[in-house]
Design a protein around this ligand. Sequence first.
Ligand code: FCB
Length: 449
Amino acid sequence: MALPPSEEVAPAALQFPQGFLWGVSTSAHQVEGGTRNQWSWWEERGNIRSGEACGLACDWWNRAEQDFDLAAQLGLNALRLSVEWSRIEPRPGEWDGGALERYRGMLSALRQRNLLPIVCLHHFTHPLWFEDAGAFTARGAPEVFERFVRRVLAELGDLCQMWVTFNEPNVYSGLGYVMGEFPPGRTGDLRGAILALSGMGAAHARAYRAIHELQPEAQVGFAHNYLVLEPARRLLPLDGWVAALQRKLFDDAFLQLLARGRLPFPFHLADGSFPDPVQGACDFVGLNVYSRMRVAFDLRFPGQLFGRVFVPHDVPQGDHGVQAPYGEAYPEAIVEAVEAAVPLGKPIYILENGVPDAQDRIRPWLLVNAIRQVHKLIAAGRDVRGYFHWTLTDNFEWTHGWRLRFGLFALDPETQRRHPRPSAALYSQIARGNSLPAEFIRQYSSPPG
Ligand code: FCB
């Protein structure tokens, strides 16, 4: 029997390994409402570029369970959330039993719905007293963080075994100390950024050891943001040089800290020489992957290692951020990110991936093709064990406020009503079948024009 020419061979459904985690990711400040941390302080001083207020956010403090129902109805089997340090330890060494009780309620509710909880211990926010003391640039910070982590483990450890210490130390330090977009709002302070990065590395390592002491069977990792940074003009060596330098700091430094125990040259010269050994201190690597950006050599950007970072006009994109494009929607970024994490030799989870897209114009394409890349990696022998979409319902997107809508469900923050976007049903079908259907691959083979 003659086979049809290869381009006419219909794609087959792509089956995922048994036990693969299909989840969504969220973070406390973005969903709970009413949080009092360094971000609420930042907001009160008029620093949210969209001009909006976090307010009730998704009102999870009162009704997270309704959203857990939605996640369960989609057929997901995991959900990543974070606990808000400022609620749990409102003053140094003082613990709020009511807050811990509420988190117990949330974790129990997840387990009742067969949603495996993954708890992140620091997702960009912390108490103002910790910020005022210099946050992670301060010498004693790792010990202070460890004290908090021990308390969380003592109170919630029976309900969770998978822990993410930090969300995106590279984004936290880059946007807080170089770009001025996150508190403490510094611009061009590369030394501060490197100090914060190494301080978080040390705090991570202490937390890793403390968690294992209290819960030997725990799985402890971190969530690393990986951004594809490519030279704008391939033939211009200076563009290639600054793109490589930015990659070294943004994409590679934290992974190298874990793999080799120190930041790469020359950045280790500015680190805080925190004494905690960091090498090998993780059981899995979490990757948050969104975009591709281009980098052009530009003397006007010394704080960004002389690289101007931008998004070309003619690439697939979701909605525009408040002042600049959010980024190119680039499913292949997952491949580059996973390959960068492979040298650590640990299981990998895609802990965030998504696109801001109020109209759900490009999300179905992004979702299908990102998941397709994950399958390709698994087929090539990479140990990728889960995919978590960012996010379940629209939430308060940091400095972009309500302007960027990442939810599988649209949320009206006034009425707190949720409406599924078409992508919710698409993702549900994938998660329920533990496979990517062939018709999705065909239907979404190219990005919408
Ligand atoms: C990630 C953050 C998350 C959210 C998404 C869109 O970098 O971890 O809180 O802002 O981007």
